[in-house]
Design a protein around this ligand. Structure first.
Ligand code: SER
Length: 397
């Protein structure tokens, strides 16, 4: 059965055989001026080149990039979402056109990875009051014999409120046990694996769209989702990449229910990678996202047993993660930062418990109480809910 590493290699080899140069994967911190907090797509390190600057390696590029998406944080624990994940990408910088990219994408999935075309469905941009349907992509898919579903919002990609954007076309693979049925927007057993964006426009601050003289193509394929499909596992958490997490965590902290195991594997692994890229926990910005991930891990851990601690997390697991992402940071250092954050959170909870034990807070809390606790004692609402209600403990932070 194909491994995650072999999947990466197959993808990169395929594009290198077609004249693409390999770019090294970069940090989760995007280049200056990029509107996003974290690199959330493989194209972020390439933004200046997609905008027009010549790339030193040429006009056809390929690579694998670590990404982080927080919009999906509450969905982590389901079968497909991860906070930190890898995106395999191919790019045409004002070189070949969209249909060529779609044809290569289809052929790689069919011939390189052996996915039966009868399990594929695609979506294309169906047009709105400003931009025509993406006829070119639509035609290309029809020629390849794949079923096409047009959508509007879901097939428009933009890198933030201004900047690069354009219609996109997504390839879905059927993951159900029965024969494929329905369409990607009506049945979630169709899992999106590969997005091809036709970067044709620049959006300005006033909302206007300026067509680019020579468009680019930007594609992104979710590695873990593809491996899940190729290895036919129930979720992304059962692929080989997560083996060390799945086998180690229950041994450390006793039986964990399925969802807790998934949340812990995802959040701890993501926290290690973010720390490895030089971010430290803080009250706002990137550090806040990191803090949230660590606190959510801790409330998940402590729900069944408050004596559990991250000091039990083996350094080997930290090192394994840092090595996978080629982050040259000592595991000991990252481990120490995790423990420091656990200690701070523990002190905050102790302080919160003490304040909340006051008679004034013994009944149901009113809006005024939440405001007072926040403004005077610095206790955020979600923390108070966590400390005072069973539902809060259950949900965690
Ligand atoms: N930028 C596109 C995406 O993130 C394709 O890489 O889906």
């Amino acid at each position: 059965m194909i491994t995650t590493d072999q999947t990466v290699q197959t993808f990169l080899d395929y594009f290198r055989e077609r004249g693409h140069e390999l770019i090294p994967g970069g940090s989760l911190i995007p280049p200056p001026g990029d509107p996003v907090l974290f690199t959330s797509s493989g194209m972020h390190p390439l933004t200046p080149y997609l905008m027009g600057r010549p790339h030193p390696l040429g006009r056809r590029l390929t690579g694998s990039q670590r990404c982080l998406r927080t919009t999906d944080l509450d969905e982590v624990g389901d079968d497909t979402h991860l906070t930190v994940f890898e995106m395999l990408g191919s790019w045409s910088l004002r070189d070949y056109d969209g249909p060529q990219s779609l044809r290569w994408g289809f052929e790689l999935l069919r011939d390189g990875f052996g996915i039966d075309p009868s399990r594929m469905h695609v979506t294309v941009f169906g047009g709105d009051d400003r931009v025509e349907p993406d006829h070119e992509s639509w035609r290309a898919w029809e020629e390849l014999g794949l079923p096409v579903e047009p959508t509007v919002d879901e097939n428009w990609w933009s890198n933030g409120p201004t900047g690069l954007c354009g219609p996109d076309s997504e390839i879905f693979v059927w993951t159900g046990r029965d024969l494929p049925q329905a369409t990607p927007t009506t049945d979630d057993r169709w899992v999106e694996v590969w997005n091809h964006v036709m970067m044709r426009y620049l959006r300005h601050g006033d909302g206007s769209l300026e067509p680019m003289r020579r468009p680019c193509v930007d594609t992104g394929l979710g590695l873990e989702r593809l491996v899940r499909i190729l290895r036919n596992t129930q979720s992304v958490f059962e692929i080989d990449l997560f083996d060390p997490w799945r086998t180690t965590l229950p041994g450390l902290w006793g039986p964990l229910d399925g969802r807790s195991l998934r949340v812990l594997s995802d959040h701890l692994r993501s926290s290690i990678v973010i720390l490895g890229d030089g971010v430290t926990p803080s009250p706002s910005g990137r550090g806040h996202i990191l803090r949230r991930l660590i606190r959510r891990s801790l409330t998940t851990l402590w729900r069944d047993d408050p004596t559990r601690t991250l000091s039990d997390l083996p350094i080997e697991l930290v090192d394994h993660t840092l090595e996978h992402f080629r982050q040259p940071v000592p595991g000991q250092y990252v481990h120490a930062l995790l423990l420091e954050e656990e200690h701070k959170f523990d002190l905050l909870l102790q302080r919160g418990r003490k304040i909340l034990s006051h008679r004034r807070f013994s009944g149901t809390l009113a809006e005024d109480d939440y405001r007072y606790l926040h403004d005077t004692h610095g206790l955020p609402r979600d923390l108070v809910v966590y400390l005072t209600t069973e539902a809060g403990v259950d949900r965690g932070l």
